[in-house]
Design a protein around this ligand. Sequence first.
Ligand SMILES: Cc1cc2nc3c(=O)[nH]c(=O)nc-3n(C[C@H](O)[C@H](O)[C@H](O)COP(=O)(O)OP(=O)(O)OC[C@H]3O[C@@H](n4cnc5c(N)ncnc54)[C@H](O)[C@@H]3O)c2cc1C
Length: 469
Amino acid sequence: MLEALNRIQAIVGNAGVVTDPVRAHSMLVDERRHYEGRAAAIIQPRTTRELAAAVRVCFDAGIAMVPQGGNTGYCGGATPDESGAQVLFSLSRMNRIRDIDVRGSILTADAGVVLAAAQSAVAVHDLPLPLSMGSQGSCQLGGNVATNAGGLAVLRYGTARELVAGLEVVLPDGRVLSDLKGLRKDNTGYDLRQLFVGAEGTLGIISAVVLRLYPMPRAWATAWLALRDIGDAVELLVSLKSRLGDCITSFEYISREALDLVLGSIPETRSPLNTSDSNYALIELAAFDDGAALTEEFERTLADGVAAGLVGDAVIARNEGQRRAFWRLRESIPEAEKRAGGSIKHDVSIAAGALGDFANEAIIATLEQFPRARLSVYGHVGDGNVHFNVLAPDPLAADDFKRDNARSVSSLIHRMACERGGSFSAEHGVGKLKRGILAELGDRVALELMRQIKATLDPKGLMNPGKVI
Ligand SMILES: Cc1cc2nc3c(=O)[nH]c(=O)nc-3n(C[C@H](O)[C@H](O)[C@H](O)COP(=O)(O)OP(=O)(O)OC[C@H]3O[C@@H](n4cnc5c(N)ncnc54)[C@H](O)[C@@H]3O)c2cc1C
């Protein structure tokens, strides 16, 4: 081991090895503080060449490797185990924008570029990268692709998978798979690139990405509205889609409890409506003209929603400040949950038509078993994806509540989602946290194929072992 680590140090230089204990500690604990690992070394290469050479050393010496991006993942996928025998590869120093092809509308960047930095770099060219989420100030493009991240505009632009136009990947034996051409059409055999999207670092380390960019909308129409029921959100979305089509970029659901958590703990937030409804939605549309016609049709659709009893009340943001204030409410929910002692998180997806029934039944079933629990239900209803989070009755006893009940609460919610043809992990992945659930609830044939693919690409089982499968 020591000899291998010395060789890696010679490859990446002193600056490429993290020795500061405070920094190291932050990289060895996961975002939700569920896991704390140890590492033989934390390596931060600067280039694909350095990364590939260091991986090759690990492969030859039989050392397990754990890729890490911004360490914002919710499933413990980027945390090494407790043995102290694994090498953690942090991509943070691989943070170069390689190219912005304005004509081709594609961005080529090192995998360690932070999502917010990539957004700023392309915004200058009026070509937004339509991937955004609450963690964008820390998560990295490589991590986004490795988790097939979703976020707030999936409804219009898809998940990270749909945005990826090319990848460069360092394979577990140190070979580099380079697919950075960014071609829209390329039917030359198997689409290997897609194997690494959502693989959570179990098949290789993504060292660079090519992402599709889209034209910058000229105007937005953003509404905050009260709904009678989460099922009505789905009805409203159907009506909006039929009248406004592709203009809808986001359709987010927020329960009253989730909103109250934000209002109670995040400074300078206030409810956009003076109502005490139980359900809210944040809807955003984008236009490529001044947006006046779109806003008019939006208002008409919402008014029809009020007449039909789907919508209680609604307010459309009058200016950018108000639009941002609406989004702040939605984006602050994870932080507000944290401040309330944290939650038992669930990230389930279900066919849009069944989402309302699922959510209502899951609320009843959860409160039957845990009558005093607080619920924070919110999410990307437009994608059939809801975060169904369960909080302790008393924030001061949150750790005890989570420790004692996480397994049974999660089993209940995951089973309910899977029994209705849904998924127990819509966007957060599997990592370490949900590996057992995948083994239990996953499709047998799919699991067999995943194991075969893993064995082919990573025959020594060195790449992020103990994660996903
Ligand atoms: C406040 C908050 C809001 C969030 N909102 C959303 C949301 O709306 N939608 C959503 O999908 N997620 C969301 N997340 C979860 C998380 O931010 C995403 O999963 C993100 O894509 C993880 O990126 P990361 O760089 O932090 O990856 P990490 O946490 O570092 O790693 C995640 C996984 O990817 C692997 N990995 C990381 N980098 C690489 C690489 N270069 N090559 C190969 N494997 C790699 C790791 O091994 C690990 O298995 C949120 C998290 C927080 C804290």
